[in-house]
Design a protein. Structure first.
Length: 207
């Protein structure tokens, strides 16, 4: 699966109307047979007034039809120009979903994303280690997924871990600290990585 992600930097004070507009756009788009599953998130940490749209594509062959929906759907073409004045700028990237475990992520869930900058040439062994970590953590019941860069900076590995609310954040950290397989595997991963960044998002809507 390919994740097409667009991050919008909203103008100050425009989060509420922008979110309402995006929810409406997503709701009308799902009626089109070429539309793909989407989820909308906003910042809980990191740069303020960030809105994140993820489109889940089965492969590159979905990219054209999915874009066609946005260019030709009459109602979307009416709504999107209303969003433009609320946005300062945006960036788009494509990612490859490598592995995932756990149930689907629902609206109002919290997504913790770890972005790892790998050392050159270390993507394959790093992905193998993280697949082992995810499979080991499957018993926790927390949704987790791993994806890698297709566009943008190379040798990036991303980990999404999801919680129903912030009350689950502590217990999940405890699970990581006490699961021996996960602890040992993470120690194997450390020499392959140059640095990391953590961002928290709130899931606003999904179709």
């Amino acid at each position: 699966m390919i994740i097409s992600r667009t991050i919008f930097r909203l103008k100050f004070g425009q989060a509420k109307p922008a979110i309402a507009l995006w929810k409406e756009i997503m709701n009308v788009s799902r009626d089109d047979p070429n539309a793909r599953p989407m989820r909308l998130m906003c910042d809980l940490s990191g740069p303020n007034y960030s809105l994140v749209s993820d489109v889940h594509l089965r492969g590159f062959t979905d990219l054209g039809p999915s874009t066609h929906v946005w260019m030709t759907h009459e109602r979307i073409r009416e709504l999107y120009p209303k969003f433009v004045p609320m946005c300062d700028h945006s960036t788009s990237q494509l990612y490859h979903l490598e592995h995932q475990v756990g149930p689907a992520v629902e609206p109002e869930h919290i997504v913790e994303q770890m972005s790892f900058r790998l050392k050159f040439g270390q993507a394959r062994p790093a992905c193998a280690i993280w697949k082992r970590i995810l499979d080991s953590g499957k018993a926790s019941g927390f949704p987790m997924r791993m994806f890698t860069d297709i566009t943008g900076p190379s040798y990036m590995l991303f980990m999404d871990m999801s919680y129903r609310n912030m009350l689950e954040y502590g217990p999940h950290k405890h699970y990581w600290l006490t699961n021996e397989t996960m602890k040992e595997s993470y120690q194997e991963f450390i020499p392959l990585c140059e640095g990391a960044e953590r961002t928290l998002y709130t899931v606003l809507h999904a179709v």
